[in-house]
Write a protein that binds this ligand. Structure first.
Ligand SMILES: Nc1nc2c(ncn2[C@@H]2O[C@H](COP(=O)(O)OP(=O)(O)OP(=O)(O)O)[C@@H](O)[C@H]2O)c(=O)[nH]1
Ligand SMILES: [K+]
Ligand SMILES: [Mg+2]
Length: 354
């Protein structure tokens, strides 16, 4: 692909190569019947709490040290590589919520000793609500790219939204391609990619800039879109000038887990990337229970009064008459609302039953 000049005439060819590559990668990472045995003892940790966060990085970047500082868990930390060999869970208590933090082995295979658990680690990463890519500030910057490449190869898309393109299979009519904007994805490459996937009839409709890789992602399915933070650890070991080189990195948090530098700042970033809200319940005639917020995912579907009720108890919604809400989601305090009302962070809710 790097030998092929990028232009209109070659775009079909490049699209085809990308599709072939994506298919080969999938074969490589899908466990085959014969040797499915490396599923991984010590990696099937049950989900707990309001969200799951995974520590991903090269060996000895300080993942376990950070884990211990944030959760009080005792995950062995030491100066040699591959100290951690399984998935170790801990709990971060923050803003009245419990967040599950997973300490994991270093991700890049140890060539010498074969101790690496790359495949199992990435399978766990796929189940996370937030990935903390942990880097050693004193190590080469290319490590970031290598980790991202590993995760991307296993279908994880970091800090990205799912593509907005419409891909509709149909029974006849061939491949139709339309786009309301100028994009890098051309009709030629759409045809080539579809042909490679043996899709002969489909509508492909673009509404914004779309790449060949994004079309392939949609056809392949099984991609997951996970927010990520880049934790640059061991900043005690570098100079101010070296630290400044990281400034342009989006979603980056400099810390020293060894010396406890900026761990509060890190917790704030974690909370903000998880995009959760706290809602307080108020029993009739009493003050709100500020000690135990109900934690909701901050999106259209999960912030309704109905979602809030279901989080408390499945039976509540059947007796629901209306709710009284105090806070920034309403104009009056309190305001009477129905089950469709959308809550905001730190709202107080009193449920009135039939
Ligand atoms: N200078 C410095 N050293 C640190 C820091 N955090 C951790 N270390 C050291 O880095 C080494 C590796 O730390 P670990 O926490 O075991 O690293 P890990 O990423 O869990 O390593 P593996 O489990 O082997 O992949 C230890 O010697 C730590 O003391 C830090 O902030 N600054
Ligand atoms: K280590
Ligand atoms: Mg470790």
């Amino acid at each position: 692909m790097s030998r092929t000049q990028k232009n209109k005439a070659t775009s079909g060819h490049l699209g085809l190569l990308k599709a072939k590559l994506a298919k080969l990668r999938r074969e490589l990472i899908t466990p085959t019947g014969g040797k499915g045995g490396d599923k991984g003892e010590g990696f099937d940790v049950p989900k707990t709490g309001e969200a799951r966060i995974g520590l991903i990085g090269f060996p000895s970047v300080g993942k376990s040290t950070l884990m211990n500082k944030l959760t009080g868990t005792e995950s062995l930390a030491a100066a040699y590589e591959f100290t951690t060999l399984t998935c170790i869970p801990g709990v971060i208590n923050y803003m009245g919520s419990k967040l599950q933090l997973l300490d994991l082995p270093g991700i890049i295979e140890g060539a010498k000793d074969g101790k690496g658990r790359g495949r199992q680690v990435i399978a766990v990463a796929r189940s996370c609500n937030l990935i903390m890519i942990t880097l050693d500030a004193s190590k080469p910057a290319v490590h970031k790219r290598l980790i991202e490449h590993e995760l991307e190869g296993f279908g994880i898309r970091l800090n990205k939204e799912p593509p907005t393109l419409i891909f509709r299979r149909k029974d006849r009519g061939g491949i139709t391609f339309s786009s309301s904007v100028q994009t890098s994805l051309t009709a030629e490459s759409v045809r080539a990619i579809c042909a490679e996937y043996k899709v002969h009839n489909a509508d492909v409709i673009l509404r914004e800039e779309t790449t060949e890789d994004e079309l392939i992602d949609v056809i392949e399915g099984n991609r997951i879109y996970i927010p990520a933070l880049y934790i640059v650890n061991k900043i005690d070991a570098i100079t101010m000038e070296e630290l400044e080189l990281y400034d342009r990195l989006p979603h980056y948090v400099p810390i020293s887990s060894g010396l406890d530098w900026n761990l509060d700042g890190l917790l704030e970033e974690i909370w903000s990337r998880l995009n959760l809200i706290r809602v307080y319940t108020k029993p009739k005639g009493q003050i709100p229970d500020y000690g135990a917020p109900v934690i909701l995912r901050n999106d259209e579907r999960h912030t309704t009064i109905e979602a809030f009720c279901n989080k408390l108890h499945k039976a509540i919604i059947r007796e629901f008459k209306y709710a009284l809400v105090w806070g920034i989601s309403v104009k009056f305090n309190p305001q009477k609302v129905g089950r469709e009302h959308k809550l905001r962070d730190e709202d107080v809710v009193q449920i009135v039953k039939k």
